[in-house]
Design a protein around this ligand. Structure first.
Ligand code: G4P
Length: 284
């Protein structure tokens, strides 16, 4: 579902999230491990304030293993704990619980001093659309809940789900707006499916994706489609993939629309490889 973010929506979202933040001890900020910078809400620091935060580099199964570590290190250098997770296959979930326990140690000690025992530590999830917030909630709680609608803000009455380690999770995530700053970020969001608005038509998007992948390494496209890409334009590459995959329309012409969908879908599903599109060292 697409959201068009207007200043009014953003204000409403900010306010409803602030309300929920006052109920929790810890925030899980979910971002996409393939595009950690582009999938981060630009105002996250001011929204969260000094609430303890754990960054969840979700979809780490689709991202480059070494890059996941680099991003964890990068956030650590900023004083924020980050953990790589694959919510879909429930990998890294135990680490979330462990780190949550650590991050709320002060709070638990303070409660104990006051003689308050067994007060659950409460957590809420924040992130832009499509980073895997609902999947994470389902994994943490072992439920197979329905996908949370991508409506701005938090819309229904709060319910707390008991998860491991004496934690309670707000069952509705806070849905934040993405960065809108430049074409590079916009493309990253479009490649990964975080924004489904037709920023670009599918054919142009897949040409941009081919260019980007080849900038990182020629081997991704070459190995997946068994072609040579050297000195070829994205157009030529698409022609070759189209021939190989039988994407032919009447008159023997290549069905570029079909080829585009193949490339974009296969990238999103990880069939072209575990690929991280941006690294901390490239942050401008
Ligand atoms: P959201 O609540 O933040 O909007 O995201 P949601 O959980 O709905 O997840 C968005 C898509 O990402 C889903 O794919 C979901 O299965 C996938 N996903 C979430 N976490 C992970 C992960 O750790 N690894 C992988 N590989 N995929 C993950 P979908 O159902 O195909 O939805 P869509 O892409 O068609 O919207």
């Amino acid at each position: 579902m697409n959201i068009n973010w207007y200043p009014g929506h953003m204000k409403k979202t900010r306010n409803s999230i602030k309300k929920n933040l006052s109920l929790v001890d810890l925030v899980y900020e979910v971002i996409d491990a393939r595009i950690p910078y582009s999938s981060q809400n630009p105002d996250i620091n001011t929204i969260i304030g000094n609430k303890p935060r754990l960054i969840i580099l979700n979809k780490s199964d689709l991202a480059d293993k070494k890059a996941n570590l680099l991003w964890e290190e990068y956030f650590k250098s900023k004083g924020i704990k980050a953990v790589s997770v694959d919510s879909l296959n429930k990998k890294g979930i135990d680490n979330i619980v462990k780190l949550s326990y650590k991050l709320t140690e002060d709070k638990r000690i303070a409660l104990k001093k006051k003689g308050i025992k067994n007060k659950p530590i409460r957590v809420m999830i924040l992130g832009i659309p499509n980073v895997g917030k609902s999947t994470l909630i389902n994994s943490l709680s072992n439920r197979k809940g329905a996908k949370v609608g991508n409506k701005p803000g938090v819309t229904k009455a709060n319910q707390w789900i008991k998860i491991k380690g004496g934690l309670e999770l707000l069952d509705t995530p806070g849905i934040l707006w993405p960065r809108f700053e430049d074409k590079h970020v916009g493309l990253n969001l479009a490649f990964t499916g975080a924004i489904k608005d037709e920023l670009l038509d599918t054919i142009t998007l897949s040409m941009e994706l081919i260019e980007r992948l080849n900038e990182i390494s020629n081997s991704y496209i070459e190995n997946r489609y068994n072609i040579i890409t050297k000195d070829k334009t994205p157009y030529d590459i698409m022609m070759e993939i189209g021939k190989k995959r039988g994407c032919i329309i009447k008159g023997g012409k290549i069905d570029f629309e079909k080829v585009s969908h193949i490339i974009i879908d296969e990238f999103r599903e990880g069939f072209i490889g575990r690929i991280t599109l941006e690294l901390p060292k490239n942050l401008r």
